[in-house]
Ligand binder design. Sequence first.
Ligand SMILES: O=C[C@H](O)[C@H](O)[C@H](O)COP(=O)(O)O
Length: 227
Amino acid sequence: MPDLEPLKKEAALRAVALVESGMRVGLGTGSTAKYAIEEIGRRVQSGALTRIVGVATSEASDALAREVGLTVEPLDPRPLDIAIDGADEIAPNLDLIKGLGGALLREKLTEMQSRRLIIIADHSKLVTQIGEKAPLPVEIVRFGFLSTVERLRQIVPGGRLRQPGAQPYVTDNGNYIYDAQLRPGSDIAALERELKGTLGVVETGLFLGLAERAFVASPDGVQELTR
Ligand SMILES: O=C[C@H](O)[C@H](O)[C@H](O)COP(=O)(O)O
């Protein structure tokens, strides 16, 4: 398995180059977004960027941002100038699956409000159709979760409650996650509507029509994709 870390970092640096002083910045979650947060922190510490306010998409990113010296504020109704985040699948039209790290709800809340969503990833995340590689995370409420899982199985038969150990995985919002196995080529816009209309579902990891640009790094260099 080749080391993807330098590639993730390279993609992150390309995105951070778009951040300007005075911006309100959505801070993504995950092992790629981490490089972006660290780089923004470095630029703030060196004085290259000033008056940056970060809005974090998870408790982990909030903690990291503070650690690297960023000012972090909660999400409020003001728009963000830019958000930088990783993804689990990137389709050619920049539709995404996100949430394998469990942060999909806060990510969607934050990134819907951003003027620009920039995705950073290594080339392993590229797919020709959504559902090819990653499961689709669906955040569900804990109360009656077994009933919600049954309802979800009627819609997407393949899938399971995320349970890494003895207990189900719990999100920052105190919810559970159902990881659905999609059939590539299915109508994902219709699926999104159906899942969002399902009792017990809080949010899905489908990010459709949200990303403006993606920096995708491979051993041949960084590819810049636009919608
Ligand atoms: O919940 C997690 C987020 O959606 C991440 O952005 C996504 O899982 C990609 O993470 P990584 O950069 O670690 O592959």
